[in-house]
Write a protein that binds this ligand. Sequence first.
Ligand code: SF4
Ligand code: SF4
Length: 294
Amino acid sequence: MRIIMVSGGEYGKRVVNTVAEHGFASSMVAVFEYPDETPEFLDDPSSLVPESVSDADLTVAAGLRGDLNLVAAEIAAKSGAESLIIESHTPTQLPDGLKNEIKSMFRGRIAFPVPFCSLEPSGDRYIDEFAERLGRPLLEIRSGARIGSVRVKRSAPCGSTFYIADELSGSAPEDAEILAGEKLHNYPCLASMDTDPGFGDTHLHIAGYLTREAVKRATGIPGAHGVVDPEVCQGYECGFLCRDVCPLVRLSHDTVTMGEHAVIDPFSCGACGRCVKECPYGAIELIEGQDYRS
Ligand code: SF4
Ligand code: SF4
Protein backbone atom coordinates (compact mmCIF):
# COMPACT_ATOMS: atom_id res chain seq x y z
CA MET A 1 0.00 0.00 0.00
CA ARG A 2 1.27 3.49 -0.89
CA ILE A 3 0.28 6.22 1.60
CA ILE A 4 0.39 10.01 1.30
CA MET A 5 0.22 11.89 4.60
CA VAL A 6 -1.17 15.43 4.70
CA SER A 7 -0.60 16.94 8.11
CA GLY A 8 -1.12 20.15 10.05
CA GLY A 9 0.23 21.38 13.38
CA GLU A 10 1.50 19.39 16.35
CA TYR A 11 -1.22 16.76 16.12
CA GLY A 12 -0.48 16.09 12.46
CA LYS A 13 3.24 15.70 13.20
CA ARG A 14 2.49 13.16 15.91
CA VAL A 15 0.36 11.11 13.55
CA VAL A 16 3.02 11.20 10.82
CA ASN A 17 5.63 9.99 13.34
CA THR A 18 3.38 7.20 14.62
CA VAL A 19 2.56 6.06 11.09
CA ALA A 20 6.26 6.05 10.21
CA GLU A 21 7.47 4.37 13.40
CA HIS A 22 4.80 1.72 13.70
CA GLY A 23 4.62 -0.30 10.55
CA PHE A 24 4.10 2.02 7.60
CA ALA A 25 7.51 3.67 7.05
CA SER A 26 8.10 1.87 3.77
CA SER A 27 4.53 2.63 2.63
CA MET A 28 4.75 6.42 2.94
CA VAL A 29 5.45 7.85 -0.51
CA ALA A 30 5.02 11.53 0.46
CA VAL A 31 4.32 13.81 3.41
CA PHE A 32 2.85 17.28 2.90
CA GLU A 33 2.94 19.45 6.00
CA TYR A 34 0.96 22.67 6.47
CA PRO A 35 1.53 25.22 9.26
CA ASP A 36 -1.01 25.66 12.03
CA GLU A 37 -1.40 29.32 11.06
CA THR A 38 -2.95 28.46 7.67
CA PRO A 39 -6.30 30.34 7.57
CA GLU A 40 -9.42 28.25 8.11
CA PHE A 41 -11.08 29.76 5.03
CA LEU A 42 -9.06 29.74 1.79
CA ASP A 43 -9.99 31.74 -1.33
CA ASP A 44 -8.32 29.21 -3.57
CA PRO A 45 -7.52 25.86 -1.84
CA SER A 46 -6.16 24.47 -5.14
CA SER A 47 -3.26 26.93 -4.94
CA LEU A 48 -1.91 24.96 -1.95
CA VAL A 49 -1.93 21.61 -3.76
CA PRO A 50 1.67 20.65 -4.65
CA GLU A 51 2.48 20.65 -8.37
CA SER A 52 3.82 17.13 -8.21
CA VAL A 53 2.01 14.41 -6.29
CA SER A 54 3.15 10.76 -6.25
CA ASP A 55 0.76 7.97 -7.14
CA ALA A 56 -0.81 6.51 -3.99
CA ASP A 57 -3.54 4.17 -2.74
CA LEU A 58 -4.50 5.96 0.47
CA THR A 59 -4.29 9.57 1.65
CA VAL A 60 -4.41 10.27 5.37
CA ALA A 61 -5.16 13.82 6.57
CA ALA A 62 -4.48 14.66 10.21
CA GLY A 63 -4.58 17.93 12.12
CA LEU A 64 -5.99 20.04 9.27
CA ARG A 65 -8.46 22.83 9.98
CA GLY A 66 -11.24 24.01 7.69
CA ASP A 67 -10.44 24.36 3.99
CA LEU A 68 -7.07 22.62 4.32
CA ASN A 69 -9.14 19.43 4.34
CA LEU A 70 -10.21 20.33 0.79
CA VAL A 71 -6.53 20.57 -0.11
CA ALA A 72 -6.02 17.04 1.27
CA ALA A 73 -8.93 15.76 -0.81
CA GLU A 74 -7.47 17.39 -3.94
CA ILE A 75 -4.10 15.79 -3.19
CA ALA A 76 -5.83 12.42 -2.82
CA ALA A 77 -7.63 12.86 -6.14
CA LYS A 78 -4.43 13.96 -7.89
CA SER A 79 -2.54 10.91 -6.52
CA GLY A 80 -5.15 8.54 -7.94
CA ALA A 81 -5.82 7.21 -4.42
CA GLU A 82 -8.88 5.02 -3.99
CA SER A 83 -9.27 5.80 -0.31
CA LEU A 84 -9.06 8.79 1.98
CA ILE A 85 -9.06 9.20 5.75
CA ILE A 86 -9.73 12.67 7.20
CA GLU A 87 -9.76 12.82 10.98
CA SER A 88 -11.03 15.53 13.27
CA HIS A 89 -10.33 15.96 16.96
CA THR A 90 -12.09 19.29 17.52
CA PRO A 91 -15.82 19.90 16.87
CA THR A 92 -15.21 22.81 14.46
CA GLN A 93 -12.39 21.28 12.45
CA LEU A 94 -14.52 19.75 9.72
CA PRO A 95 -18.08 21.12 9.46
CA ASP A 96 -20.73 19.01 7.69
CA GLY A 97 -20.84 21.39 4.70
CA LEU A 98 -17.13 20.84 4.14
CA LYS A 99 -17.55 17.08 4.45
CA ASN A 100 -20.20 17.20 1.72
CA GLU A 101 -17.91 19.26 -0.49
CA ILE A 102 -15.14 16.69 0.00
CA LYS A 103 -17.53 13.85 -0.81
CA SER A 104 -18.52 15.53 -4.05
CA MET A 105 -14.92 16.07 -5.19
CA PHE A 106 -13.33 12.75 -4.11
CA ARG A 107 -15.09 9.77 -5.64
CA GLY A 108 -13.30 7.00 -3.71
CA ARG A 109 -14.07 5.68 -0.23
CA ILE A 110 -13.74 8.21 2.62
CA ALA A 111 -13.58 7.67 6.38
CA PHE A 112 -14.14 10.65 8.70
CA PRO A 113 -13.16 9.30 12.15
CA VAL A 114 -14.11 11.58 15.06
CA PRO A 115 -11.84 11.42 16.98
CA PHE A 116 -9.11 9.58 15.02
CA CYS A 117 -8.82 6.93 17.77
CA SER A 118 -12.35 5.74 16.91
CA LEU A 119 -11.28 4.45 13.48
CA GLU A 120 -12.03 0.77 12.84
CA PRO A 121 -11.93 -1.46 9.75
CA SER A 122 -15.08 -0.86 7.71
CA GLY A 123 -14.81 -2.84 4.50
CA ASP A 124 -12.45 -0.74 2.39
CA ARG A 125 -9.20 -2.50 1.45
CA TYR A 126 -6.80 0.41 2.09
CA ILE A 127 -8.57 2.07 5.00
CA ASP A 128 -8.81 -1.33 6.68
CA GLU A 129 -5.12 -2.09 6.16
CA PHE A 130 -4.36 1.16 7.98
CA ALA A 131 -7.06 0.64 10.63
CA GLU A 132 -5.79 -2.86 11.46
CA ARG A 133 -2.81 -1.19 13.15
CA LEU A 134 -3.84 2.38 13.92
CA GLY A 135 -7.25 3.55 15.15
CA ARG A 136 -9.42 2.40 18.07
CA PRO A 137 -6.97 1.15 20.74
CA LEU A 138 -6.70 -2.60 21.23
CA LEU A 139 -4.42 -4.21 23.81
CA GLU A 140 -3.35 -7.64 25.00
CA ILE A 141 -2.36 -7.73 28.66
CA ARG A 142 -0.78 -10.60 30.57
CA SER A 143 -1.07 -10.27 34.31
CA GLY A 144 -1.16 -11.98 37.67
CA ALA A 145 -1.02 -9.84 40.80
CA ARG A 146 0.82 -7.31 38.60
CA ILE A 147 0.71 -6.54 34.91
CA GLY A 148 3.55 -8.39 33.20
CA SER A 149 3.37 -7.57 29.51
CA VAL A 150 1.25 -5.22 27.45
CA ARG A 151 1.07 -5.71 23.70
CA VAL A 152 -0.37 -2.96 21.53
CA LYS A 153 -2.47 -4.67 18.87
CA ARG A 154 -3.76 -1.34 17.61
CA SER A 155 -2.69 2.12 18.76
CA ALA A 156 -4.44 5.45 18.63
CA PRO A 157 -2.93 7.12 15.54
CA CYS A 158 -1.28 9.80 17.72
CA GLY A 159 0.83 7.05 19.38
CA SER A 160 -0.66 7.51 22.87
CA THR A 161 -1.44 3.80 23.24
CA PHE A 162 2.24 2.84 22.99
CA TYR A 163 3.11 5.40 25.67
CA ILE A 164 0.33 4.14 27.95
CA ALA A 165 1.27 0.49 27.40
CA ASP A 166 4.82 1.18 28.63
CA GLU A 167 3.45 2.90 31.73
CA LEU A 168 1.07 0.06 32.65
CA SER A 169 3.71 -2.64 33.08
CA GLY A 170 4.18 -3.51 36.75
CA SER A 171 0.95 -1.89 37.95
CA ALA A 172 -1.92 -3.75 39.65
CA PRO A 173 -4.51 -4.86 37.03
CA GLU A 174 -7.36 -3.32 39.03
CA ASP A 175 -5.62 0.09 38.88
CA ALA A 176 -4.81 -0.10 35.17
CA GLU A 177 -7.96 1.59 33.83
CA ILE A 178 -7.54 4.70 35.99
CA LEU A 179 -3.80 4.78 35.32
CA ALA A 180 -4.43 4.58 31.57
CA GLY A 181 -6.81 7.57 31.77
CA GLU A 182 -4.19 9.59 33.68
CA LYS A 183 -1.44 8.67 31.25
CA LEU A 184 -3.58 9.68 28.28
CA HIS A 185 -3.79 13.16 29.81
CA ASN A 186 -0.03 13.18 30.49
CA TYR A 187 0.86 12.15 26.91
CA PRO A 188 -0.99 14.58 26.38
CA CYS A 189 -4.04 13.78 24.30
CA LEU A 190 -4.56 16.80 22.02
CA ALA A 191 -8.28 16.22 21.42
CA SER A 192 -10.54 19.18 22.16
CA MET A 193 -12.20 19.93 25.49
CA ASP A 194 -15.09 21.68 23.69
CA THR A 195 -18.37 19.79 23.75
CA ASP A 196 -19.33 18.31 20.40
CA PRO A 197 -23.14 18.64 20.14
CA GLY A 198 -23.24 15.39 18.15
CA PHE A 199 -21.88 13.42 21.12
CA GLY A 200 -22.98 15.69 23.94
CA ASP A 201 -19.41 15.25 25.18
CA THR A 202 -15.87 16.33 24.33
CA HIS A 203 -13.50 14.57 21.96
CA LEU A 204 -10.97 14.38 24.80
CA HIS A 205 -13.44 12.43 26.92
CA ILE A 206 -14.33 10.14 24.02
CA ALA A 207 -10.62 9.41 23.51
CA GLY A 208 -10.40 8.60 27.22
CA TYR A 209 -13.39 6.22 27.11
CA LEU A 210 -11.90 4.35 24.14
CA THR A 211 -8.46 4.05 25.74
CA ARG A 212 -9.89 2.89 29.06
CA GLU A 213 -12.15 0.41 27.28
CA ALA A 214 -9.10 -1.19 25.65
CA VAL A 215 -7.51 -1.61 29.08
CA LYS A 216 -10.72 -2.90 30.68
CA ARG A 217 -11.23 -5.53 27.99
CA ALA A 218 -7.58 -6.62 28.12
CA THR A 219 -7.55 -7.01 31.91
CA GLY A 220 -11.11 -8.36 32.12
CA ILE A 221 -11.86 -5.75 34.81
CA PRO A 222 -14.58 -3.27 33.85
CA GLY A 223 -13.90 -0.60 36.47
CA ALA A 224 -16.61 1.94 37.19
CA HIS A 225 -19.67 1.66 34.95
CA GLY A 226 -23.40 2.17 34.83
CA VAL A 227 -25.82 -0.60 35.85
CA VAL A 228 -29.54 -0.71 35.05
CA ASP A 229 -31.93 -2.15 37.62
CA PRO A 230 -34.24 -4.34 35.48
CA GLU A 231 -37.00 -4.14 38.09
CA VAL A 232 -37.12 -0.36 37.86
CA CYS A 233 -36.37 0.29 34.17
CA GLN A 234 -39.42 1.24 32.08
CA GLY A 235 -37.66 1.46 28.74
CA TYR A 236 -40.76 1.22 26.59
CA GLU A 237 -42.36 4.02 28.60
CA CYS A 238 -39.43 6.44 28.37
CA GLY A 239 -38.27 5.47 24.87
CA PHE A 240 -34.87 4.37 26.18
CA LEU A 241 -33.69 7.87 26.98
CA CYS A 242 -30.43 6.56 28.44
CA ARG A 243 -29.50 5.25 25.02
CA ASP A 244 -30.18 8.61 23.40
CA VAL A 245 -27.77 10.51 25.65
CA CYS A 246 -24.92 7.99 25.79
CA PRO A 247 -21.92 9.52 23.94
CA LEU A 248 -20.66 6.05 23.02
CA VAL A 249 -23.98 5.03 21.50
CA ARG A 250 -23.79 8.27 19.52
CA LEU A 251 -20.39 7.04 18.34
CA SER A 252 -22.26 3.95 17.04
CA HIS A 253 -21.12 1.59 19.81
CA ASP A 254 -23.42 -0.89 21.53
CA THR A 255 -22.82 0.51 25.01
CA VAL A 256 -26.55 0.61 25.83
CA THR A 257 -28.77 -2.02 24.25
CA MET A 258 -32.53 -2.40 24.34
CA GLY A 259 -34.42 -5.53 25.27
CA GLU A 260 -37.11 -5.93 27.90
CA HIS A 261 -35.08 -3.23 29.63
CA ALA A 262 -31.90 -1.26 28.95
CA VAL A 263 -28.57 -3.04 29.42
CA ILE A 264 -25.22 -1.29 29.77
CA ASP A 265 -22.02 -2.94 28.55
CA PRO A 266 -19.65 -2.49 31.51
CA PHE A 267 -16.50 -2.59 29.38
CA SER A 268 -17.36 0.15 26.92
CA CYS A 269 -19.25 2.34 29.42
CA GLY A 270 -17.13 5.38 30.22
CA ALA A 271 -18.98 6.06 33.49
CA CYS A 272 -19.82 9.60 32.37
CA GLY A 273 -23.08 9.57 34.34
CA ARG A 274 -25.26 11.14 31.62
CA CYS A 275 -27.70 8.22 31.58
CA VAL A 276 -28.00 8.32 35.37
CA LYS A 277 -29.16 11.95 35.20
CA GLU A 278 -31.46 11.32 32.23
CA CYS A 279 -33.36 8.27 33.50
CA PRO A 280 -36.80 9.45 34.68
CA TYR A 281 -37.20 6.37 36.94
CA GLY A 282 -33.84 6.47 38.69
CA ALA A 283 -33.08 2.99 37.33
CA ILE A 284 -29.35 3.48 36.74
CA GLU A 285 -26.49 3.75 39.18
CA LEU A 286 -22.75 3.99 38.73
CA ILE A 287 -20.85 1.27 40.54
CA GLU A 288 -17.23 0.36 41.04
CA GLY A 289 -16.08 -2.51 38.88
CA GLN A 290 -16.02 -6.15 39.77
CA ASP A 291 -13.21 -8.49 38.87
CA TYR A 292 -14.72 -10.31 35.87
CA ARG A 293 -11.70 -12.62 35.42
CA SER A 294 -12.82 -15.30 37.86
S1 SF4 B 1 -33.68 5.88 30.84
FE1 SF4 B 1 -34.09 4.59 32.65
S2 SF4 B 1 -36.13 3.75 32.35
FE2 SF4 B 1 -35.44 4.58 30.37
S3 SF4 B 1 -34.54 2.77 29.36
FE3 SF4 B 1 -32.87 3.82 30.41
S4 SF4 B 1 -32.75 2.81 32.41
FE4 SF4 B 1 -34.72 2.24 31.52
S1 SF4 C 1 -22.49 6.18 32.10
FE1 SF4 C 1 -24.30 5.87 30.78
S2 SF4 C 1 -24.20 7.53 29.26
FE2 SF4 C 1 -22.17 7.41 30.21
S3 SF4 C 1 -20.97 6.04 28.91
FE3 SF4 C 1 -21.91 4.74 30.49
S4 SF4 C 1 -23.84 4.02 29.58
FE4 SF4 C 1 -23.15 5.77 28.34
